[in-house]
Design a protein around this ligand. Sequence first.
Ligand SMILES: [Mg+2]
Length: 203
Amino acid sequence: MLAKRVLSSISFLLPGSQSAQYRNPDFTKSQLPKQTITLACVDLGQLSAAGIKGIILDLDNTIVSEDDRYLSPGAEAWIQQAKQQGFRFFVLSNGKRQYRVDAWRQRLDVPILSPAKKPFPKSFRRALMQMELAPHQVVVIGDSRHTDVLGAWLVGCSCIQVTTLPHPPRWWEKLCGRLVQIPYPPEQELWDMNGQPARYPNH
Ligand SMILES: [Mg+2]
């Protein structure tokens, strides 16, 4: 038992370990930030250092606003960079517009499951199985506490909550959206769908 724990704690030093070049034994998953502004603000070096090998992403209001007006600045480049570093991806979306999901599956070249019915664990477990990773090797990144954060917690993954991209609020978001989402900061850069700087909307 003790030998197993010692071996697992030094496994990052073994030849062939993907994370050997990044892994800092003093850095743990508990030190990962719980919240950040945008996807591109997530430090890939920190994820590697924490032993993360896979990323489950939310789509709506995390990568693109659900009305398709705004892109999260730098998100696509961040995803490509993460792929080049060996991270595995899976997108779980509660969205039901299949044409849109298909378009983003093609654009990002990552598997997407939709509707994922987050926070229920079934889709998270399917993503873990397809990525061939254990929960402790995966971080969930999304904008909503009641779907992404809760779902990650139910299956034992780490989670980083990003601010929610500006979008027309649903009726319940007008009432209690701030309990489950962090508003996108007005002073923060925002991109329209052509990847150009966009003015902050007035809604
Ligand atoms: Mg979302």
